[in-house]
Design a protein around this ligand. Structure first.
Ligand SMILES: [Zn+2]
Length: 163
């Protein structure tokens, strides 16, 4: 099972504990992130330990720990985009960039500058992904991918209209 490629994977790769429900490998999340994103009731059962994030879109578990404790989407204060249907998901929790607004921008201007805006706000030291994004990490890569996907879809539609 081991190869030279696998040994170069990041911490979140091979060997990372798996979600007890879906078996998905989960990258570690800072405890502050878990505490910031859980609703009051769920927060009361948080333990001092290592929680991990399940990104599987078909699994309701968001955070799990090594003892098998889980917190589900309903336990969080915000929708988790990885668990939502594509179309109107919040891609940047700090600055409110969501797919619906990005698609509108592409329809109106032919392009989406969401990643440029987010990058500028990050450069200005305004982001707070650790306490706003359920994943606890920077969303810029997600925004870039979402914008590219929406632009490509719009381009395909335009080409179909012309052709
Ligand atoms: Zn899961």
């Amino acid at each position: 099972m081991t190869s030279s490629c696998e040994s170069r994977e990041p911490v979140a790769g091979s060997g990372a504990p798996r979600c007890p429900r879906s078996g998905t490998k989960g990258p570690a999340v800072e405890l502050l992130t878990v505490k910031a994103l859980l609703g009051a009731l769920a927060l009361r059962s948080v333990r001092q330990g290592l929680y991990r994030f399940c990104a599987d879109p078909t699994c309701a578990v968001v955070y799990f720990d090594e003892a098998g404790q889980v917190f589900e989407t309903a336990d969080l204060r915000v929708p988790v985009w990885q668990k939502e249907a594509p179309g109107a998901r919040m891609m940047c929790y700090c600055f409110g960039e969501n797919e619906a607004a990005m698609a509108r921008e592409v329809a109106e201007t032919g392009r989406c500058d969401a990643a440029l805006r987010v990058r500028a706000d990050i450069a200005a030291g305004r982001c707070a992904c650790q306490v706003r994004n359920p994943r606890g990490t920077c969303c810029l890569g997600d925004v870039v991918r979402a914008a590219a996907h929406i632009e490509a879809q719009a381009g395909a539609v335009r080409q179909a209209d012309c052709g």
